[in-house]
Structure formats: structure tokens, C-alpha cells
Design a binder for this molecule. Structure first.
Ligand code: MN
Ligand code: MN
Length: 297
């Protein structure tokens, strides 16, 4: 079966990626000691909208041992210090996504920041129809290992579905036996993580990102209003507590979680408390290789 890569959905993936390449660069440029987490996140999210996209998920600003799923609280007053900062940003156009991440190192560990970037380039180089996801993982592991660091093995790349940020196939960050073959037309995010720790992340206690789990009738007024906004604006994509209009968002979310209407994404932290770096691009598998949608054109 042949796949038409000029189809409208691929055009929307490309448009999302183009916006994202620009926003990633502009946002990373603004990260410096003393800059505000909330201002940086809102800058990126506003820029995405100005350029004609929608944020596919809240801008993730993960610091030092945090690997993913951290985003500013409403009224957050945190600022950057001499830290390792992972920015993970997503854009969608009508539910067709692009996903990218970059580490900005203000901590004095440039090689740790470089390792996943180099691993990502090596992975992209081998992607073509028929490549096994396990071989992509082996490539990533090999490069990061060469730097003397460990890949984070319980985080992985993924497919990007319509209104769905994480679909099959899973793209491991180490060599695995059971992989699947990529096919023409697959849209996947490749995201190596490196650490100077053991290479595993655990869930922490902080949680600022949520997504709809199922629809249900909700009696409480605040919770019902919040659910209406979620279904209307975010659908099945992740959202931040600070994106909710309700002044009682925290209470509303607690109720929606208790009814299993939404689920949270706890901040993921390196198990040994060590530094984590990340780099991510979205690619479309083509006849003879792949097209990186999130690179500047
Ligand atoms: Mn990402
Ligand atoms: Mn991703």
C-alpha cells in the first residue's frame, strides 16, 4: 500500500514542526540565570499561537534531576539558576502534532547536554522504512555510552497520532530485542535522554500537567466548568492547571481525578538525583529515509 506524503495531514504535521523549530530556538535563547520559568513557558505558548499553531501540551521546563512533565504552577515565581534545563515543547495544527526538546545547560556540563543531541543525529541517520526500533535504541545507547553517560532507559520516543501525543510504536533509548519495523508515513518522535546517574526515572510528587481520561457527568459546578473547558479546548491532549480559567482549578482537578475523568502526569525525576539532558525531534518516515519536521528550514 502506498502512502501519500503530500496528504493534508502530513502538511499539518510539517506546519506544526516549522512553527516549533522557530519557537524552540527563540525560547532557548531566552533561558538564562534569573529568567522566570512562568514567563518562558508563557512566551513559548503565546509565540506558538501567534505563528498559527496551538500548544500540543504545556511547555515542559524540567530542571537538573527532573527529566520531564514539569511545568510552572499558576503564579509560579521560580527563576533559573546555574542548572541543567530541559525544554520540551509541542505544537498541533487541528490535532496533527510535532514534538521537540532541547537542553540548555547553565550548569557547566556541556558534554552531558551534547550526548543526547549527538545520539539523536545518529538515530535519524539510520531511520528508513524497515529499520527496527530496537536498532534505533542501540544507536542511541551506543552514542550516549561513548560519552561515558547512561541513557534513561524507562523513557522513550513514540508515535504521534491524531489528538494523541503518545501512540505506537515505542522507540527505546537502548538496544532491545523485540522491536517493530518503521514504515513509510510513520510519524515518530525520537527523544534520547542522558544522565550521569543510573539511568532510570521515578515519579515525583509534583503534578501540574493533566489530560482527559474519559467523559462523565460531573455534579460539582467548578469541576463541570473545568471539564467543559478541557473537552472543548484540549480534548485528549495534555493541559496545565494554569491553563484552566477557573479560580478554583485545583479543587476542580482534584474532583475530576477522583472520578477518573482526568489523570495527572507527575514530574519524572532521575532516581539517583543526578542530572538529565534531552534532545528530541519529530520525523516522518519517507521512501528513502526520513524528514525531520522540527528542524529549521
Ligand atoms: Mn517532547
Ligand atoms: Mn515526545
Amino acid at each position: 500500500m502506498s502512502v501519500d506524503l503530500t496528504d493534508e495531514k502530513y502538511e499539518k504535521h510539517r506546519e506544526a514542526g516549522e512553527i516549533l523549530a522557530q519557537v524552540r530556538a527563540e525560547t532557548a535563547d531566552r533561558v538564562e540565570v534569573g529568567a522566570s520559568h512562568l514567563e518562558i513557558a508563557e512566551y513559548a505558548e503565546d509565540r506558538i499561537r501567534e505563528l498559527g499553531g496551538e500548544p500540543a501540551f504545556p511547555v515542559n521546563i524540567s530542571i537538573d534531576e527532573e527529566a520531564a512533565h514539569a511545568t510552572p504552577k499558576p503564579d509560579d515565581d521560580s527563576t533559573f539558576g546555574e542548572e541543567m534545563i530541559n525544554l520540551d515543547i509541542g505544537v498541533h495544527i487541528d490535532g496533527w502534532l510535532a514534538d521537540t526538546a532541547i537542553t540548555v545547560d547553565l550548569s557547566g556540563h556541556p558534554e552531558l547536554a551534547e550526548a543526547p543531541a549527538e545520539a539523536l543525529e545518529a538515530a535519524i541517520e539510520i531511520i528508513e522504512p524497515g529499520v527496527e526500533t530496537g536498532d534505533i535504541g542501540a544507536e542511541i545507547e551506543d552514542v550516549i555510552d561513548g560519552y561515558g553517560y547512561n541513557p534513561v532507559v524507562n523513557l522513550s520516543g513514540h508515535g504521534l497520532g491524531h489528538w494523541d501525543q503518545h501512540t505506537e510504536p515505542n522507540i527505546p533509548n537502548r538496544a532491545v530485542e523485540q522491536g517493530v519495523e518503521l514504515e513509510v508515513g510513520d510519524v515518530v518522535a525520537i527523544e534520547p535522554f542522558a544522565t550521569d546517574g543510573g539511568g532510570k526515572v521515578n515519579e515525583g510528587s509534583d503534578e501540574e500537567i493533566y489530560a482527559l481520561e474519559r467523559q462523565a457527568s460531573v455534579r460539582n459546578r467548578d469541576a463541570r466548568k473545568a471539564l467543559e473547558q478541557i473537552v472543548e479546548e484540549f480534548k485528549t491532549l495534555p493541559f496545565a492547571r494554569r491553563w484552566l480559567d477557573s479560580r478554583r482549578a485545583e479543587m476542580a482537578l482534584r474532583r475530576l481525578k477522583r472520578q477518573n475523568v482526568v489523570h495527572g502526569y507527575p514530574v519524572l525525576k532521575e532516581k539517583d538525583g543526578c542530572l538529565v539532558s534531552q534532545k528530541e525531534h519529530t520525523v516522518i518516515v519517507t521512501e528513502d529515509g526520513c524528514e525531520v519536521t522540527t528542524r529549521p528550514r
